[in-house]
Design a protein around this ligand. Structure first.
Ligand code: 5GP
Length: 135
């Protein structure tokens, strides 16, 4: 999932021992640190997914709307299986049920940035993950 998961994907695939191919989907719902609730998929995968095992790699699952929208989008792809891997999970914010198969870290309800995640388009290159403290 672009763009936030790009750095995580780069590290993850270098640790994978199974053969795999990489493709990217762009989904967007956040503007100015707030979820708009409306999820768009302006760019989808180019690979034929028929009969393939798909691992969706996400930076963070928050309300779950993006993941639900993507799963719906992939429904007609006739994949053999679909699993979800996320670096971060914010379960306290969930609006839509999402079955996360692999989760790096479960976090509290903070807006986080760094290591691929942005703060208004910036700081994706930080080597660590930071958060915006709540007032
Ligand atoms: P959801 O649809 O689950 O609410 O949001 C998923 C997407 O919103 C993520 O892929 C990510 O792009 C963005 N997002 C959610 N929470 C955060 C956050 O704390 N920081 C950043 N940078 N993006 C977030």
């Amino acid at each position: 999932m672009l763009t936030g998961a790009a750095l995580f994907v780069a590290d993850l695939v270098r640790a994978l021992t199974v053969e795999h191919e990489i493709d990217f989907v762009r989904a967007s719902s956040y503007r100015d640190c707030r979820s708009t609730g409306e999820v768009r998929i302006p760019a989808s995968v180019q690979t034929d997914l028929t009969g393939r095992h798909i691992l969706i790699v996400e930076d963070i699952v928050d309300t779950g709307r993006t993941m639900c929208r993507l799963l719906e989008h992939l429904k007609d792809a006739r994949a053999a299986s679909v699993a979800i891997c996320t670096l971060l999970d914010k379960p306290s914010r969930r609006c839509e049920p999402v079955n996360v198969h692999f989760c790096g870290f479960t976090i509290d309800d903070h807006y986080v940035y760094g290591y691929g995640l942005d703060l208004n388009g910036r700081y994706r290159g930080l080597p660590h993950i930071a958060y915006v403290p709540r007032n």
